[in-house]
Design a protein around this ligand. Structure first.
Ligand code: NG6
Ligand code: CA
Length: 510
């Protein structure tokens, strides 16, 4: 074979470029510090389109935008489920939630669903010398069956890897409506013990159903049991008056705890899981934010969350550790407007599109259920970029392990540390999506949803959840809104995805 001078030169240049590219990755890696502080900021029910950095114009999220555009903005970033508990389970354990039959939306009295022997992100980081803390929403169960809220509650976050915990047990709309610090209810008066039940009311206690005159927020569906702070909740509760949280102060309260945690642990490597409650129902912005979005409480609490994140980052900066801290931001599932209270979320939505270009929302196997806002930020280390890589919160365990030099890997959790650090663009090849115990497959640009019986729209929340009697196949590249089901016209692709799906679902954990 004969080469022209030009093609030889091109070949030499090509090889040189390859070598220099490889070098760059290696060089970039050697510059990366191995024990950064790690903060996972996790919001509740925030949609892909709810943030400025993904194109929202009707709602302003300047603090988040600054971080997202200063870090790796993932446009193909996924939660592991379209509801909270399963996503949080997968985030912390690196295990697909459908492997654990208890990883479903939990009551406030549900037992802990993480097995004490299981590896978790905080456990892995502890093994590398980190101090670990959680502030905010837990929703992974507490205790082993019957909880006495008046004694130290175990097991909980402290038994599965967290040195420090300051949590709400389940959700803002579920009892008990108290903060729990390292297993103890905060501010509890022993003479006014707490009782909690999800079966029946305590005699003489008012409920949302029978005493609507005592409520300032009206229930739409569910949410008509005990009334706390004028808000009717899911579940019944009695006592603990001095310990009850004030919903409007919750954002400031958790922010302060998160800031204090940082200040107390700035001199050692730390991991903080800052699990914010917004914009989950009941949406209760502090009065500083009331009316500020023009979209009602849902918009207002998104502004509030953005502000909190700005303040939190200021603390990292003030303490001189921002350049030594890797921040991961994401949401546990997609958006919902009316999730059980009349709060103007539907009426005042205007032109805002919480799901962005995607179909469905919370509870849905369609894209918007799990395709969520996602970015990583590390001042001075991560170069700003937008990544198309398919990544999932599930991948954080193995990836963070790689970053801190731990050998721990969990089978379902892909090691994509270079992708999270913006050094590479390699993503997952495929991902199993989960929504209310149903699963589907995403592979490249394709999504295959197997047949599921039952309603196609959850009427109360007005969300299409993805059920159909037949298979569904969508090509997101050509059809981002999942309007054209190609299951009948592209049988070959459908078959290919079914085979992969069934193999992945059959596979054992490791
Ligand atoms: C549902 C609640 C909803 C919300 C959700 C959990 C009713 C009718 N609906 O059961 O309001 O609390 O559970 O949300 O009770 S999640 O984000 O924590 O998964
Ligand atoms: Ca949620």
């Amino acid at each position: 074979m004969k080469f022209s001078k030009h093609s030889l030169l091109a070949l030499v240049v090509f090889i040189a470029l390859q070598i220099s590219c490889k070098k760059t990755v290696a060089e970039k890696k050697t510059k990366i510090q191995t024990k950064p502080n790690i903060v996972v900021i996790y919001v509740d029910d925030l949609g892909y389109g709810d943030v400025g950095f993904n194109g929202a114009t009707e709602i302003k999220t300047p603090n988040l935008d600054k971080l997202a555009f200063g870090g790796v903005r993932f446009v193909n970033g996924y939660a592991s489920s379209a509801t909270c508990t399963p996503s949080r389970y997968a985030l912390l354990t690196g295990e697909y939630p459908w492997r654990n039959k208890n990883a479903k939306i939990l009551k406030g009295t549900a037992p802990l669903i993480i097995n004490k022997e299981q590896i978790t992100i905080p456990k892995m980081l502890k093994s590398k010398g980190y101090h670990t803390g959680i502030v905010g929403k837990w929703h992974l169960g507490l205790g082993t069956g019957v909880v006495d809220w008046n004694k130290t509650i175990r097991p909980g976050p402290n038994e599965v890897g967290f040195d420090y915990s300051y949590i709400m047990a389940a959700t803002q709309d579920r009892v008990p409506t108290v903060y729990i610090e390292n297993g103890d209810v905060v501010g509890l008066d022993p003479n006014d013990p707490i009782e909690v039940s999800y079966n029946k009311n305590f005699e003489g206690e008012p409920t949302g159903k029978d005493n609507p005159e005592l409520t300032t927020m009206k229930w739409h569906h569910g949410h008509n049991n005990s009334i706390v702070n004028h808000i009717p909740r899911i579940g019944y509760m009695k006592g603990g008056k001095t310990a009850l949280w004030k919903d409007e102060d919750m954002a400031d309260h958790f922010l302060k705890r998160a800031q204090d945690y940082v200040k107390e642990h700035k001199s050692e490597p730390f991991f903080l899981y800052y699990a914010m409650q917004q914009p989950h129902v009941p949406r209760t912005p502090h009065e500083r934010f009331v009316g500020k979005s023009g979209m009602g409480p849902r918009g207002d609490v998104i502004l509030e969350a953005d502000w909190c994140i700005g303040e939190f980052v200021k603390t990292l900066e003030k303490e001189g550790i921002l350049e030594n801290t890797l921040i991961v931001f994401s949401s546990d599932n997609g958006p919902v407007l009316n999730d059980g209270y009349y709060d103007d979320a539907v009426e005042k939505i205007g032109n805002h599109t919480p799901s962005g270009p995607y179909r469905g929302g919370k509870y849905s196997l369609f894209e918007a259920g799990t395709h969520v806002p996602f970015f990583t930020y590390w001042k001075g280390t991560i170069q700003p970029t937008t990544s198309n890589a398919l990544v999932c919160q599930l991948d954080l365990l193995s990836s963070l392990a790689a970053i801190v030099g731990s050998d721990i890997r969990v089978g379902d959790s892909k090691e994509l540390s270079n992708t999270f650090l913006g050094i590479e663009t390699k993503g997952r090849e495929e991902l199993i999506l989960e929504a209310t115990s149903r699963t589907a497959l995403k592979k490249g640009d394709w999504v295959m949803i197997p047949p599921y019986k039952g309603v196609s729209i959850l009427k109360h929340v007005n969300i299409e959840i993805g059920n159909s009697n037949g298979y569904q196949l969508y090509n997101l590249k050509e059809d981002i809104g999942q309007q054209n089901n190609l299951a009948d016209t592209n049988k070959e692709k459908l078959e290919e995805l079914i085979v992969v799906f069934e193999k992945l679902r059959r596979n054992s954990k490791k």
